[in-house]
Design a protein around this ligand. Sequence first.
Ligand code: FES
Length: 137
Amino acid sequence: MDRRTLLCGLLALTAGGAGLTACGASSPTRRPGVGSARPGDRVAGLADVPVGSGALVDVAGDGQLLLVRPSDEVVRAFNPACPHQGTTVSPPTAGVITCPTHRSTFDPDSGEVLSGPSPRGLVEVPVAVTGADVVLS
Ligand code: FES
């Protein structure tokens, strides 16, 4: 059993099975990267997310999200924890999200793995643009 599997198992025991989407289990009440936040909660100002790149933002009560903005009106969000060993990935540069630890790369449109040791892609978190804000949806 690797460290991640052990940690996810311990979380399952302490959380009663809730909140484990990031560990591979499904949960209708908690989404990866946004623990206690709820739909409609503001996570950033649209102006804080550069077009053609993105930004890591703190979400009140539960870590960070990686926001990616491929065009003026489109913003996507991912849990920034690399599925390989949990390093926080960097906002996209030259059209690619990169993990600084072992250089896995991910598609900023889908979160899919493009290269490197990551066993799977980044987990997307639903967000929407509402006026000048990015909110959970
Ligand atoms: S921790 Fe990201 S590639 Fe290893």
